[in-house]
Design a binder for this molecule. Sequence first.
Ligand code: TRP
Length: 382
Amino acid sequence: MAKEKIILTGDRPTGRLHIGHYVGSLRRRVELQNSGEFDKIFIMIADAQALTDNADNPEKVRQNIIEVALDYLSVGLDPAKSNLFIQSQISELTELTFFYNNLVTVQRLQRNPTVKAEMALRGFNGDATEDNKAGIPVGFFCYPISQAADITAFNATVVPVGEDQEPMIEQTREIVRKFNSTYAPVLVEPEILLPDNASCMRLPGTDGKAKMSKSLGNCIYLSDSAETIREKVRGMYTDPGHLQVSDPGKVEGNTVFTYLDAFCKPEHFDKFASCFVGKKVSFEFHSLEEMKAQYRAGGLGDVMCKNFLFAVLDDTLAPIRERRAKFEKDIPYVYEVLRKGTEAAREVASQTLAAVKRAMKINYFDPGVLDALIAEQSEKYR
Ligand code: TRP
């Protein structure tokens, strides 16, 4: 039998998901789900990982579980094809983490560039001394190990994530190799699946800052109303040098065009041709290249570009918003999806844990093992 193709991925429930998540991962997940190429797909709401740097705010994590679940369902993740579950409810994962802890050094964790960057961002950068009271929570420091448990518990072969997660997958692969060579070959080494083209990479914030992030207040959320999106697009960062409509404009680093790169399809030019009909000037474009060329040459104003961007964004987001509204009216269904998904996921994780314990010879009371153990020790003490 060919090796099963299994996906595992997930998100920390620390906020509603935004269009950066959509472009960077959610859109791809739905495609992978519908490709029929995978035997199993596990999508995890990583609440336990979220608590590693939100220990004092469990209510925030709790509230956002439902937000993320609603976002998942509304983008088209289908519980019949993708197993949606909640990380903390699978205690097998913490048990695996505890055993993997022995296979990783503090020095190796300290070299993880994503953890380093996150520590700097959160002020966790050092000992808990006088000028650096925060210190590094142990759970946070070790979360790459727990992430290895998440991935290996489900025998994932493919982990679709953004490039910031590359160090986690690399560390998981090391843990797998170390475990398999130390004990027995029971864990599966996963491959990372990175977003496949430039427009799938990180979407900047509406203010043009490199990252869309809740704390910067520069996000467009999947759950935003059309009006809110219109407002956010209106205030978007463009080319600060483009003062007069007639001035040549820059497309590179212009957030409106970056978003168009990510969302615009050729048919949008036909569908939303009216956006380019003005009182003084009108344009007829057939492709984003043509539109960009005009912007560079001058004469195409930001207002027209933004009206078009809004139409393009809403073309994708309106159906998501409508599905969300439907699921919001059926919260019991959403929790039932999570409960059932978690139950099924636990079943798989417990099989992996059993195999791990067998490999580590810590399965003393397994059927057959106890008898052999009694015989062996009795012999020794006879
Ligand atoms: N670290 C991921 C994030 O920050 C979430 C996550 C937790 C995850 N466990 C995972 C992703 C396992 C992929 C596989 O969003």
